[in-house]
Design a protein around this ligand. Structure first.
Ligand SMILES: [Zn+2]
Length: 186
């Protein structure tokens, strides 16, 4: 995954990878919930609360009797995660939803320097909500100005949506590759 492709964050807690080999926890329907340490994952494994879905191919744990591959992704056997509330509309969350790219020209944007565009301009009744906001580069934003989309030659890469999934923010360069299949973007 090149560049900023961090598809997920939890609405409440932002999680960052803080040790070498974190374990991604999925609920029983394979939705990502959080990350935990491998020690905790192994404890849960011996308590038969989880099943191991993926292992890190290159990392082993030695116990007196057995050698284990370190789990990379685990699934809680009896737990369906329910979002307590929706994903909050914030600048950062918009950036994550739009994968850090200008929604008009696909240019990669800097996390701390990007603009937010009302697709239907505020002056024309456009709302400030997930479905009417996209991130854009300054150039496209200026080009668009106070016009409606069809009055310009700009096109949206995709229709902005309200995220339903719980997704949490991960420092992309450090996202373990074994996790990527499970970090589904909605
Ligand atoms: Zn642009």
């Amino acid at each position: 995954m090149g560049g900023f492709a961090a598809p997920f964050f939890l609405p409440i807690v932002q999680l960052y990878i803080n040790n070498m080999k974190p374990v991604l926890v999925l609920d029983s329907s394979f939705r990502p919930i959080k990350q935990i340490s491998w020690q905790k994952a192994m404890t849960m494994y011996f308590q038969e609360k989880i099943e191991i879905i993926r292992e890190y191919e290159d990392t082993w744990i030695n116990s007196p009797r057995k050698k284990f591959k370190l789990p990379a992704v685990i699934r809680l056997i009896n737990y369906v995660f329910k979002l307590p509330w929706g994903v909050k509309l914030t600048r950062t969350n918009l950036f994550v939803r739009d994968r850090g790219r200008c929604q008009y020209c696909d240019k990669r944007l800097n996390k701390s320097r990007f603009t937010i565009d009302h697709v239907v301009p505020k002056s024309k009744g456009g709302k400030t909500d997930w479905k009417n906001l996209v991130i854009s580069c300054a150039k496209c934003n200026t080009k668009k100005g106070d016009s409606l989309l069809h009055e310009t030659n700009l096109k949206l890469g995709k229709t902005p949506i309200q995220p339903k999934n719980n997704f949490f923010m991960i420092i992309p360069d450090e996202t373990p590759k074994d996790w990527i299949d499970f970090l589904v973007y909605q």
